[in-house]
Design a protein around this ligand. Structure first.
Ligand SMILES: NC(=O)c1ccc[n+]([C@@H]2O[C@H](COP(=O)([O-])OP(=O)(O)OC[C@H]3O[C@@H](n4cnc5c(N)ncnc54)[C@H](OP(=O)(O)O)[C@@H]3O)[C@@H](O)[C@H]2O)c1
Length: 230
């Protein structure tokens, strides 16, 4: 797995308690070339809505280097409030929480954890976006807060990639759509749709990330490796 990284690579998975995050942790733990996986979750006090908890988690790992940072956090329903079907359902407080979890949280992960990426050699950062965050591919409408927060996340990744390339030209940052995956996030909306298993999604996402050259840093791709329109 991840042949583009050196033997003995180390990884951090954010949102390790989630469906896809848990599957990424399991896949990495089975890889004999991976020297260690650190999983961070709300249960351990790592909360995207509390910057001090993010800074503290990074501080505990300071002095070590991690070739892979995989952010599998995110939410569609927050405190029982699901995605809006129409403009009249917009609630500014709910919208702010969507941005806090799906856009600002991953930005804070970048702020505090990019310093833990090695310099002068390859390193990978992925965050889980969503195809519905595509502006150009939006023909259905609805889910305005989640969509807008994921669109903001894509811009955050793109902007961060430009900056990170100045100090770490071998690093790759990517916003990835995991597919429709059978997790608690998609359970209430799945209906009769086919869904990927978390293990299948995790394997595909890691393979896509591994295959990206540094020149592709800042891209928005699906689990099948195909680019998604911004
Ligand atoms: N499943 C799909 O079909 C699908 C499709 C497109 C995109 N995605 C994206 O993929 C990502 C992972 O989704 P999933 O399906 O694996 O969902 P999931 O099983 O609900 O996992 C979400 C993860 O995010 C964590 N999280 C939520 N709010 C947090 C906060 N404030 N601070 C820290 N961690 C927080 C959760 O922690 P707790 O365990 O503490 O709640 C959990 O670890 C999300 O960004 C989602 O938008 C999923």
């Amino acid at each position: 797995m991840l042949p583009s990284l050196p033997d003995g690579y180390r990884a951090i998975v954010f949102g390790a308690s989630g469906g896809i995050g848990g599957a990424v942790v399991s896949a990495l733990e089975k890889d004999p070339r991976c020297a260690g996986v650190t999983g961070l979750s709300r249960g351990d006090g790592f909360d995207l809505e509390d910057e001090a908890s993010i800074a503290a988690a990074a501080g505990r790992l300071d002095g070590r280097e991690f070739e892979l940072l995989f952010d599998a956090t995110g939410a569609l329903v927050i405190d029982g409030r699901g995605p809006e079907k129409a403009l009249r359902a917009l609630d500014p407080a709910v919208m702010a929480r969507q941005f806090a979890v799906n856009a600002i949280g991953p930005a804070l992960i970048l702020k505090h954890f990019v310093p833990l990426l090695p310099r002068g050699r390859r390193a990978l950062f992925a965050t889980l976006s969503a195809r519905v965050g595509s502006i150009g591919d939006n023909h259905l409408g609805g889910w305005i807060s989640y969509r807008a927060a994921k669109a903001a996340l894509n811009q955050i990744v793109r902007t961060a990639a430009v900056e990170v390339a100045r100090t770490r030209p071998d690093a790759v940052l990517a916003a990835l759509h995991p597919g429709t995956v059978a997790t608690r996030l998609s359970d209430p909306f799945a209906g009769s749709r086919d869904r990927l298993t978390p293990d299948a999604s995790a394997a595909a996402l890691l393979a896509v990330l591994d295959g990206l050259a540094a020149e592709r840093s800042g891209c928005f791709l699906a689990y099948d490796g195909r680019p998604i329109e911004w």
